[in-house]
Design a protein around this ligand. Structure first.
Ligand SMILES: [Fe+2]
Length: 213
């Protein structure tokens, strides 16, 4: 790997000005606008894959192995989505940027908030991560409406992401269907609510026993 000074001096720049062509049937401007809309999805999914792997390494406590092993197929699936979108950008005539510096510069979200934490805490935080990614994927579907081929790719990916989120959420639902994190809008709050809800369930039998005495 090159030294930092060299990397910053030679970092490739992705720009539609580098794009003299696109796919047949689309104007250059339409094809390049569609490709540009995909760049943020490449960044978001790269970030999601890293975040899921980070959680895979940092979950502890009951249900460790189930959550640890559930995350790897999701990581593989998300990485495959990144590859499809980046190659679609190239197909449309615009060079994709998969570099972490560009990701950090472009993103509108903070780093994931948890390190080592209970499985329930990570699941609660990851649920919010998925919500953000899925909302933005749906918004991107609207943006690429002039190219049904790209639109179809994003629709398929959104369905897969929604299924991955369901796997996460099924751990966080009460039997009535509601999430134990309902209303939490940041990862730490969601994590605390989920862990607190599980602790409350554990304490319930002891309270009933005390009332009998
Ligand atoms: Fe692993």
């Amino acid at each position: 790997m090159a030294k930092k000074t060299t990397r910053s001096a030679t970092a490739p720049v992705s720009s539609t000005t580098d794009a003299p062509l696109t796919v047949p049937g689309l104007s250059n401007s339409t094809g390049h606008a569609v490709a540009d809309a995909l760049q943020m999805r490449v960044h978001a999914l790269n970030d999601l894959a890293l975040t899921l792997k980070h959680a895979h390494w940092n979950v502890v406590g009951p249900h460790f192995i189930g959550v640890h092993e559930m995350l790897d197929p999701q990581i593989d699936g998300v990485r495959a989505m990144v590859d499809v979108l980046a190659e679609r950008m190239s197909t449309l005539g615009v060079p994709p940027n998969g570099l972490v510096g560009a990701l950090v510069q472009a993103r509108s979200w903070d780093d994931y908030a948890l390190t080592r934490a209970d499985t329930t805490a990570h699941l609660a935080a990851l649920d919010l991560v998925y919500t953000g990614v899925i909302e933005d994927h749906r918004a991107a579907i609207e943006k690429v409406g002039d190219d049904p081929v790209t639109e179809d790719i994003l629709i398929g990916q959104t369905g897969d992401l929604e299924q991955y989120q369901w796997f996460i959420r099924a751990h966080l639902q009460r039997t009535g269907g509601e999430l134990v994190t309902d209303g939490a809008d940041d990862e730490i709050t969601a994590a605390k609510r989920a862990v607190g809800a599980r602790a409350a369930v554990r304490k319930a039998p002891a309270k009933r026993a005390a009332r009998k005495r």
